[in-house]
Design a protein around this ligand. Structure first.
Ligand code: CTP
Ligand code: CA
Length: 223
């Protein structure tokens, strides 16, 4: 398969990738998270590394092996992920935000386990920092690629995120389709940039990652 050939398209290029879910603590024994498996982000890290890049992977909790030659930094919460990304972004040429970052975290984290004393429990949440948007608005921002997980109006919402977060590219997937996305081994992506788009048909995440890295490399080099 030509997509799987190992090239040196990214030799010497520093690539920073986020992957997996985040965990937002509620108390010492509980957290809020999501169904992200991390597979897409890990496949992208592998593909970028095989294309010759120096890859740093900031990863939420997943049960996946670190791809060969990839520098993995483990984090738990969105705030931890934000901190880790900001401390690695300065010498980064390409940033790919693949993580399913929790949009909100509980305002108060109980120091002790919450007891079931009441019939109802109300938690108040506050918004997490947007890691991707914060990277894109840096003074010397890397070539920044985002993901968009949507359940409807995929193209419209993806284009809105591309503009609002001032990204170079966005890869959108329809997470309402049970055959692809979050927990699956397969995915399909619609990739958008300022004046173009390309649709990567349903394929194994590993294969799709190679196609996406190929596309990112092309756009990064012509940027
Ligand atoms: N993202 C991030 N930090 C956050 C939230 C999202 O870096 N706090 C990144 C994701 O890694 C992804 C992109 O932003 O690359 C889009 O995530 P998505 O959840 O689709 O969009 P949001 O901007 O969070 O908006 P919404 O969830 O309301 O659709
Ligand atoms: Ca979100």
């Amino acid at each position: 398969i030509p997509n799987n050939k190992i090239e040196d398209g990214l030799a010497g290029v520093n690539v920073l990738i986020t992957a997996g879910p985040t965990r937002e603590a509620i108390d010492p024994v509980r957290f809020l998270s999501n169904h992200s498996s991390g597979k897409m982000g890990y496949a992208i890290a592998k593909a970028a590394s095989q294309a010759g890049a120096n890859v740093t992977l900031v990863s939420g909790p997943v049960s996946l092996q670190t791809p060969t030659d990839v520098n993995r930094v483990d984090v738990s919460s969105a705030s931890d992920m934000h901190k880790a990304v900001m401390s690695h972004v300065s010498d980064c040429d390409i940033f790919i935000g693949c993580a399913a970052v929790a949009d909100y975290r509980p305002v108060n984290v109980g120091e002790q386990k919450i007891k079931k004393d009441n019939n109802e429990l109300t938690l108040t949440f506050t918004k997490n920092p947007d890691i991707l948007a914060d990277v894109a608005k840096l003074d010397h921002a890397p070539f920044t690629v985002g993901f968009a997980a949507e359940t409807q109006n995929v193209r419209d919402y993806a284009l809105k995120k591309l503009k609002a977060k001032r990204l170079n590219m966005i890869a959108a997937n329809d997470v309402s389709n049970k055959d692809i996305g979050f927990d699956s081994d397969k995915n399909a992506l619609s990739v958008f940039w300022n004046n173009g788009e390309e649709h990567l048909a349903i394929a194994d995440k590993e294969q799709l990652a190679f196609s996406l890295i190929e596309l990112i490399t092309k756009k990064y080099k012509s940027n």
